[in-house]
Design a protein around this ligand. Structure first.
Ligand SMILES: *[C@@H]1O[C@H](CO)[C@@H](O)[C@H](O)[C@H]1NC(C)=O
Ligand SMILES: *[C@@H]1O[C@H](CO)[C@@H](O)[C@H](O)[C@H]1NC(C)=O
Ligand SMILES: *[C@@H]1O[C@H](CO)[C@@H](O)[C@H](O)[C@H]1NC(C)=O
Length: 588
């Protein structure tokens, strides 16, 4: 039940904080009562779910007040699991784990070799997440475990090829089964990719009892993702993102079971990608040619860091629009705009009528296909502004020759089709923004159409159209996390479902997932992580968990704890609402 009131507010002086605290004092009473009733519960976070508060949202200079639905103060029967696995059974029988005797090891039957660096790396990471970075007390010994103690997590890769040295792909098997019981816990997965997810899940089952001892309950989990493509888009052109920030977000993605890093690496504003074939692109087009570029070694590091966490790295080189920065280091690539009969000195999209354009693209994408191992590249194709093309007499002449009349979408299609042919020769598949489909460009049947425009009804129509035409699709429209507002906007992100549109079962199957996007106009290394997390976690659960996992109360309780867990792991994820974490973020 939602009550919505709209009132116009003065443009410069909204006072949401005062208003909010008056309403929320009601919540504080509830909080105090709950503390008394639930003293046995150690997860203090839960106690801080207020029964009712007003959320305020600004839209332009309007303020929308929404009475949020009741959030009950109740531990989830799923503990702090996020995203929720497909099948979970947690009993009340619990075991202790100690840093002295607990080990994560390969099961005897596992097909993974002891030299599988990906798994060894992950065992170390998750041992530290479970016990903190506190030093082991004393040397590692085979001390006899006490009764009620869990001493081993055995990781068993069940298929003959563990894929330890491979790259994850859209068809990777990410499933796993986890049983926590005496005498040891067993994590079974066909491939390393499922094992990585299972290790994260295991670490989420471990909690502290009332004495601060690490505990885990008897648990059976069987899990796999609902969608194969679960992505985050970061934009390193509007602002340069230091490598450390990118790596921290890959780590956080793994914690949330995201598996695609869509790297919107260049755009109008800057070209930080250091190309071996065309070094002048970043030399001239980056914000700074040495300090604000991604070298080949940087790119390699990002790809390997992602691989070790089951994350694909898909670069986006968006053309023919969004290319101002390309023009600085590559003369004649962009279209000269005209003012009357004279060139105006400014440039428009990539010039589609020159053969040199296609020679350049051929060489450039040959390099990209070698540098990025993923089977797909994102070719953009969005928001092409036709005014410059229209102003240019050579383009007008070409349009006449080709019989395009005045339809500049045909010129755009002409360019894109040649580009797609070029990329096809590099053996890569491609993802493109929806405009390319909307403009009727001829596409290979395995093209993925990325939907980003419109309101709910419009994007649902678009998903219906794209899938009716037989194309695979990704959804981003409801997940533009760069758009911020006052209040718990994660709920809206959580409720959007990429398969909610009119279509057949066959059409629904063509939805391979979605991506949360964080465009960079107002984002750099200072605010990227808290702006993205835990809001992106809402998208993570939507893309991983079963379709019927929609209980917003249960989600709030689990997500509050998940957010505190991220904070404890050193990730400055912002709060969902008034609350506290057992261990607060301490900054440096
Ligand atoms: C784990 O077991 C304890 C009792 O040993 C119980 O209080 C708690 O609710 C259980 N956790 C979950 C998530 O079921
Ligand atoms: C561009 O290439 C086409 C086809 O290869 C050729 O017919 C045409 O003459 C070339 N144009 C120029 C200006 O070189
Ligand atoms: C999608 O399909 C509807 C109904 O057939 C049509 O009205 C609409 O124009 C289509 N939109 C696009 C972008 O093709």
């Amino acid at each position: 039940m939602k009550k919505k009131r709209r009132r116009k507010i003065s443009y410069d002086a909204p006072q949401p904080t005062q208003y909010n605290s008056a309403v929320c004092s009601l919540g504080l009473v509830t909080l105090l009562l709950s503390v008394n009733m639930m003293t046995s519960l150690k997860f203090a976070v839960l106690l801080l779910a207020f029964s009712s508060c007003l959320g305020l949202q600004y839209r332009d200079n309007y303020i929308i007040e929404e009475e949020e639905e009741k959030l009950t103060v109740e531990a989830s029967k799923y503990g702090s699991l996020w995203p929720l696995p497909q099948k979970v059974q947690i009993s009340e029988v619990s075991f202790k784990l100690t840093s002295i005797s607990f080990k994560i090891v390969d099961a005897k039957e596992s097909s993974a070799s002891p030299s599988c660096g990906l798994l060894q790396d992950a065992y170390r990471r998750y041992y530290e997440y479970v016990f903190g970075t506190a030093k082991r007390q004393g040397p590692y010994t085979n001390r006899r475990a006490g009764p009620g103690e869990l001493t081993e997590l055995q990781v068993w890769i069940t298929s003959p090829d563990a894929e330890c040295d491979g790259y994850p792909s859209v068809t990777s098997d990410e499933s796993y089964e986890l049983t926590v019981d005496q005498p040891f816990a067993v994590l079974k997965a066909p491939k390393v990719w499922g094992a990585l997810h299972g290790l994260e899940t295991f670490s989420q089952l471990v909690y502290e009892d009332e004495y601060g001892a690490k505990s885990v309950n008897t648990t059976t989990i069987s899990d796999f993702p609902r969608f194969a493509h679960r992505g985050i888009l970061l934009d390193s052109s509007r602002h340069f993102l230091p490598i450390k920030v990118i790596l921290a977000n890959l780590e956080t993605m793994a914690i949330n079971k995201f598996n695609v890093f869509h790297w919107h690496i260049v755009d109008d504003q800057s070209f930080p990608y250091l190309s071996r074939t065309f070094p002048q692109l970043s030399q001239q087009g980056a914000y700074h040619p040495y300090t604000h570029v991604y070298t080949p070694a940087d790119v390699k590091m990002v790809i390997e860091f992602g691989r070790l966490r089951g994350i694909r790295v898909i670069p986006e080189f968006d053309t023919p629009g969004h290319t101002q920065s390309w023009g600085k280091g590559q003369p004649d690539l962009l279209t000269p705009c005209y003012s009357g009969s004279q060139p105006s000195g400014s440039f428009g999209p990539v010039n589609p009528i020159l053969n040199t354009t296609y020679d350049f693209m051929t060489q450039f994408f040959k390099e990209i296909s070698a540098v990025f191992p993923d089977a797909y590249v994102h070719l953009g194709g969005d928001e092409v502004d036709f005014t410059c093309w229209k102003s240019n007499p050579d383009i007008q002449k070409f349009m006449k020759q080709q019989g395009f009349e005045e339809d500049y979408r045909k010129l755009e299609s002409f360019y894109i089709q040649r580009l797609l042919d070029i990329v096809t020769t590099t053996q890569k598949g491609y993802i493109i923004w929806q405009e390319v489909f909307d403009n009727g460009v001829k596409l290979k049947p395995d093209t993925i159409i990325h939907v980003w425009k419109g309101n709910q009804q419009q994007y649902q129509n678009e998903m219906a159209n794209v899938t009716a035409s037989g194309y695979q699709t990704l959804l981003s429209t409801p997940w533009y996390l760069n758009r911020i507002s006052y209040g718990q906007d994660w709920r809206g992100h959580y409720k959007a479902d990429p398969q909610d549109f009119k279509g057949t079962e066959e059409q629904k199957k063509l939805v391979i997932g979605g991506e949360a996007c964080l465009w960079g106009e107002y984002v750099d290394g200072t605010n990227l992580t808290p702006r993205l997390w835990p809001r992106a976690s809402a998208v993570a659960e939507r893309l991983w968990s079963a379709k019927d996992v929609t209980d917003i109360n249960d989600a709030y309780n689990r997500l509050s704890m998940h957010r505190c867990r991220m904070v404890e792991r050193g990730i400055p994820a912002e709060p969902l609402f008034s609350s506290y974490c057992p261990r607060e973020y301490k900054g440096f």
